[in-house]
Design a protein around this ligand. Sequence first.
Ligand code: HEC
Length: 156
Amino acid sequence: MKAFAAALAVCTLSFAAVVVLAQSPNSEKPPTAPAPKYDPAIYAELQKAPEKARNRANPLQNDPEAVAAGGILFEQHCAECHGDAARGGKKAPSLRAVEVQDAAPGAIFWILTNGVVRKGMPVWSKLPEPQRWQLVRYIKSLSGPAPAGESPVPKP
Ligand code: HEC
């Protein structure tokens, strides 16, 4: 009877081990290719900007103050969703993604003006146009080193 109890115990334990192993996430997902944090389709909105909007040049393209001013606006209005320095947050994706960084300034301006309301990106048409263009300069500055004499992030 003792032997039977021991065998039963071993059986129960190994059964438990199989159940635990089967439930461990590692056995389901391959270790490569971690799921992307955000669906790449998020950035598809940028592609929808009409050509006329996309081709608009940033009137502040050569304004040396624009990046820093945009950074301050970003902290005030955008960081709560897009995270500090646009690295991505709980509510909204990173704006350092190549889809955003490669987008035309006019397309980003168009997004700010129209929002993606059904997906939680607010309309920013209440910000005056120059402020929206400053934000575009700031976002664009995140992909590479800022031109000499400009700070990509506002100094505290
Ligand atoms: C309430 C949260 C929230 C705030 C505040 C917010 N955003 Fe967004 N934003 C989102 C979400 C959510 C998306 C993703 C929308 C989608 O799925 O297309 C997004 C997307 C974007 C995109 C990418 C466009 C695309 O293709 O979706 C840009 C650029 C952007 N936001 C800029 C800004 C800027 C600049 C500000 C500040 C003026 C800002 N956002 C403030 C939530 C927010």
